[in-house]
Design a protein around this ligand. Structure first.
Ligand code: 2HA
Ligand code: ZN
Length: 274
């Protein structure tokens, strides 16, 4: 099968384009990776042309031999749709989990996303915790989430509670809450370690003054999660722009009732008295 005809490739490119259209990817901002199913690899592997093994910059033993579709370092999401072979690619992880090689795409001297260590370490955590169900890791630069990192304390409890209050669906969409990584230099192993630690607890992690990471089962759920968080952040920014004191809001006991009806568990640490 032609790689561009594979359903997962179409889904990947559609998600990249949707993110561009919603303003999450100025210039080369953001990155997306997908852990490809064995059956999907089988359908397209005749087209693979493996390049040289390269260092990942961290170790991901539990991803040995896996294939990932990735966006390219320095490449622009707005081109994913029109130049997919240049903007995206497929990589294979080596048997010792320390190297990768490009097997398709990223033409004209491309490399995988600069955030490859964070993406792969997050994939490793989620693969283990979900018995392989989670396959997507997504990073972008949503303006309202980033704006809030300049005014709210950089604590999971505060970000989770404040965003939950902004839309009734929020606690149902991210019942485990949101993690927060303080400002760090992006692109390396250190920020990857901190992010992947938080991915053991959360599906969404904020990078202060930088952006947002989301993890999920498929493109719809991961994009939907990212979009829901940014929408809640937008409502909070609008609210805070009008007043610092809400006249009314969703209260802790309201969340407890919601949890019962919607069959979700909401940790009490987010339902503190203010
Ligand atoms: O430029 O978003 O974090 C890609 C990024 C780096
Ligand atoms: Zn970024």
């Amino acid at each position: 099968m032609n790689i561009l005809d594979a359903e997962f490739v179409k889904g990947f490119i559609r998600m990249a384009n949707d993110g561009w259209l919603l303003g999450f990817h100025e210039r080369n901002g953001g990155n997306l990776t997908y852990r490809i199913k064995d059956s999907e690899v089988d359908e397209i592997k005749d087209n693979f042309k493996p390049g040289q093994w390269q260092e990942i910059g961290t170790e991901v033993k539990d991803l040995a031999g896996e294939f990932f579709m990735v966006t390219g370092s320095g490449r622009f999401f707005r081109n994913a749709d029109i130049r997919p072979e240049e903007t995206t690619g497929i990589i294979e992880v080596s048997e010792d989990g320390t190297k990768y090689r490009i097997v398709w795409g990223l033409i004209n001297g491309g490399r995988p996303t600069s955030e490859l260590p964070s993406h792969l370490m997050n994939h490793e955590v989620k693969k283990k915790l979900t018995n392989g169900k989670y396959r997507v890791i997504y990073h972008g630069h949503p303006a309202n989430v980033i704006a809030l990192t300049f005014v709210l304390p950089l604590e999971a409890e505060v970000f989770t509670r404040e965003l939950w209050e902004m839309a009734t669906e929020c606690p149902v969409v991210f019942p485990d809450g949101i993690g927060v990584v303080p400002w760090m230099v992006p692109g390396g192993r250190e920020i990857a370690v901190e992010t992947s630690k938080l991915m053991e607890l959360y599906d969404v992690v904020i990078w202060a003054h930088h952006g947002l990471f989301a993890a999920g089962e498929d493109f719809d759920l991961t994009f939907g999660l990212f979009h829901t968080v940014e929408k809640a952040a937008e409502i909070l920014v609008k609210t805070l722009s009008m007043t610092s004191a809400k006249r009314q809001t969703i209260m802790p006991d309201d969340f407890r009732r919601l949890a019962k009806d919607f069959n979700v568990e909401l940790p009490e640490r987010f339902l503190y008295d203010k």
